[in-house]
Design a protein around this ligand. Structure first.
Ligand SMILES: [Zn+2]
Length: 108
């Protein structure tokens, strides 16, 4: 099984208009290979006012999911985008930074 980015990981965007932006992963769609990153890839949506549902209308900015190929995991230890490696400790598989070997399980 491939080592994947998970919810609450910190990722960095490596291409597109938000290149270089960092954010927390809000959700991962493994079927569509898309990742929703906090404060990244905003898409403007025009909304109609719907007073019954308490929706004001106007232009709404919302995060939209990015393809997994556009993001890389960000290592808090070396402060760089990195690749996910793996290490087995006490029979448990751990995700580590391929550059410095720090565990990437923080916040998970
Ligand atoms: Zn690292």
């Amino acid at each position: 099984m491939a080592l994947r980015i998970r919810k609450n990981d910190t990722v960095i965007i490596i291409s597109g208009k938000d290149k270089g932006k960092k954010g927390r992963v809000l959700s991962v769609d493994n079927e569509k290979h898309r990742i929703l990153v906090e404060n990244c890839n905003f898409v403007k949506r025009h909304t109609r006012p719907m007073p019954q549902k308490n929706i004001k209308g106007g232009i709404l900015e919302k995060e939209s999911p990015l393809p997994q190929s556009k993001v890389k995991i960000f290592c808090g230890d070396c402060q760089k985008p990195t690749a996910i490696g793996s290490k087995t400790t006490d029979g448990k598989k751990q995700r580590i930074c391929k550059k410095c070997g720090a565990a990437l399980t923080k916040g998970a």
